[in-house]
Design a protein around this ligand. Structure first.
Ligand code: SF4
Ligand code: SF4
Length: 511
């Protein structure tokens, strides 16, 4: 937590974020500094001492995506969406989409959706520029931020390449140097969070933000550490690398002399940025639209529509024939895969946080706040009964339904767990997506849910406090509890970690 006695936020940014190795080089602190005292290169540094010009400035710490400031406030940008799921955040709709043009589709990995949307937004004058990350012409692995000023420019590859990139700094430059007033911003989750924090802070540069498109992200590499590893362990010099690719378990590198290196993912993952180990956001939960490629469907990307703003742009692009969409309900396995990736990222982050905590090592404060309430926040939940925030209409499945039925219901309702009822309408267990994924696809149509459901029911009563419910979830390492009547006979509702975080956001959101 930032020490409020320190009036110059950079001191905190340096000691709590930069010196602990938590910076992911987004460049937001450079963009936000009112007197341009910060420069983000290999790491952010102060190019002159801002305390000589200012007595008080809280901004660079507050807007850093890894600080504990403004986390609850940013939810307001997406929280009017109808749905929220623990794994995916708030959303209005989930779709499959692709660029209508085969040429645009072929040029990128996310089925050309982001490029086509950016180009369309610029043609329609919704945006006058777009901030994206592109490969450096000198070093294929290095990303550099790019300010696209014409629609055609936005059609070239948007690259995430799992490398950091100072796109938020480029956003500031587009405003200050290019005078842009309608900017489309593309970034991975922590970069989108930085922009949303600037928005929550009411920084003047975000008056120019028109739309945020988030890219799915599991982690990014530390460029220096990865290059050093590739050189020392595999004899590959940075200039020899001509392409890189990620498969499910390999990092594939092609070199200028036609060598192909297939490095096990667990090896290269040792070189990811420190903050990524505790990052819980896979799908850019605060973006207007979140887009992720890598679905098992060739040429289609998953699009999560979170805000009215994002929905409008997508609808216009579909109407204009620039983007094609399909309902996700027709592809339950694709949605299951994305939910599983998002869930396992959150679980692994929570595990890593526990491990760091047990070793007395620092944890990015933003990740801690994002993952769970603090003790003081929990105390605010002690007076709220579970019945005040639980979901009363619980979808259940029959014990005789099959795993294939589970996937169909999941795709329809986007739930990742269902209580299971027997023929007497009694709750006998719970099936989660993880349980269902363990059944091989060929056996899903014939495997009844009663054979895979967990029968160890962990429940709360409607009169228990939300704080008690949360502690129970933490103790059993689960994301939801069934709410049963006093005798444990009747299912009255369900309470999830999302419900609790939502309740907290309502308490702490200004206004
Ligand atoms: S993560 Fe971004 S805002 Fe935070 S210190 Fe690094 S460059 Fe600055
Ligand atoms: S895993 Fe999280 S912290 Fe790491 S680059 Fe991706 S969004 Fe940023």
């Amino acid at each position: 937590m930032r020490d409020s006695r320190k009036m110059i936020a950079y001191e905190e940014l340096k000691s709590l974020i930069i010196d602990n190795g938590f910076c992911t080089l987004c460049g937001a602190c450079e963009a936000a500094c009112p007197i341009h005292a910060i420069k983000v290169e290999e790491a952010p540094r102060r190019i002159y001492d801002c305390s000589e010009n200012l007595d008080l400035c809280p901004i660079c710490y507050d807007i850093c995506p890894h600080s504990d400031a403004l986390i609850h406030e940013v939810a307001k940008f997406v929280s009017d969406a109808l749905h929220r799921r623990e794994s995916l955040g708030y959303y209005r709709r989930i779709l499959l989409a692709q660029a209508a043009s085969p040429a645009v589709r072929g040029a990128t990995k996310s089925a050309g959706v982001v490029n086509a949307l950016l180009s369309f937004a610029m043609e329609q004058k919704v945006a006058d520029s777009a901030i994206i990350a592109k490969s450096s012409p000198h070093l294929i692995l290095k990303l550099q931020p790019s300010i696209s000023l014409i629609p055609d420019d936005a059609l070239s590859a948007v690259d995430s390449k799992v490398m950091p990139c100072a796109v938020a700094e480029a956003f500031g430059r587009a405003v200050y140097e290019y005078g842009k007033t309608h900017i489309a911003f593309v970034g991975i989750p922590c970069q989108v969070l930085a922009l949303r924090k600037l928005e929550a802070w009411q920084h003047k540069i975000v008056d120019s933000l028109r739309i945020t498109i988030g890219l799915f992200c599991l982690w990014t590499f530390s460029l220096d550490r990865l290059l050093e590893y590739l050189f020392h362990e595999h004899g590959v010099a940075p200039s020899e690398i001509v392409s890189v690719d990620l498969t499910i378990d390999k990092y594939v590198i092609k070199t200028s002399d036609n060598q192909v290196l297939m490095i096990p993912l667990h090896e290269v993952k040792k070189h990811i940025m420190n903050s990524c180990r505790t990052c819980t956001d896979f799908t850019a939960e605060f973006a207007d639209l979140s887009v992720g490629g890598g679905t098992s469907l060739k040429d289609w990307s998953l699009v999560i529509v979170r805000t009215r703003n994002g929905e409008e742009l997508l609808e216009k692009a579909v109407k204009a024939g620039v983007i094609k969409v399909r309902e996700i309900a027709s592809e339950p396995e694709v949605l299951a895969h994305v939910i599983q990736m998002a869930t396992s990222k959150k679980e692994s982050a929570l595990k890593d946080m526990e491990e760091l905590r047990s070793k007395g090592l620092p944890i990015p404060m933003g990740a801690e706040v994002m993952a769970k309430p603090t003790l003081s926040e929990l105390s605010r939940l002690e007076d709220i009964p579970v019945k005040a925030i639980m979901t009363r209409e619980v979808l259940t499945l029959s014990s005789k339904a099959t795993v294939a039925d589970f996937f169909d219901e999941m795709a329809k309702h986007h739930h990742v767990g269902f209580p299971i009822k027997d023929e007497d309408d009694k709750v006998v267990g719970v099936v989660t997506l993880q349980d269902a994924m363990k059944v091989p696809p060929s056996e899903r149509g014939s495997t009844p849910l009663e054979s895979i459901c967990s029968r160890n029911l962990i429940t709360v009563s409607p009169e228990d406090s939300v704080a008690e419910a949360f502690e129970k979830m933490m103790r059993h390492n689960i994301g939801r509890l069934l709410v049963m009547d006093g005798k444990g006979q009747r299912l009255l509702g369900i309470i999830t970690r999302s419900d609790i975080m939502n309740a907290l956001r309502r308490i702490f959101q200004p206004g």
